[in-house]
Design a protein around this ligand. Sequence first.
Ligand SMILES: [Cu+2]
Length: 145
Amino acid sequence: MIRAIAYSLVLFLAASLSACSTVPPALDLSLTQSSVDKKFVVELQPPATTPAINQMHSWRVRLASPNGQPITHAHIEVDGGMPQHGHGLPTHPQVTREVAEGVYLLEGMKFSMTGWWEIRLTIQTPEGIDKVTFNTVVNNTVAVR
Ligand SMILES: [Cu+2]
């Protein structure tokens, strides 16, 4: 009886461990994506050094038209989360300003867990509104001090 319980506990732990670490194999990790309706080409620029888990950090967003012209004065909203865990971002990141022509500062990013995260942007410009989704896999297990 105890052996049976111990055995099923081991099976359960093995199953939950593999569920935690499985990232979909066909995940598109490209940092340059076309928006859903092809109105924009968006490049996410990660911080120069990989942030630790729970470390607040910033990204840059480079926004261009399909033919490569920088798009200025856009309003960009940020959303995201972990699709496999059903939770959102632990912070409310914001695009705070345009630091160069068509390049925007995305502040307040933080990843609280390792694994697959989605970063979703909604981009509003005078030319229209469109959405884009990026996938990123956080492998860093270093905790912030
Ligand atoms: Cu999670």
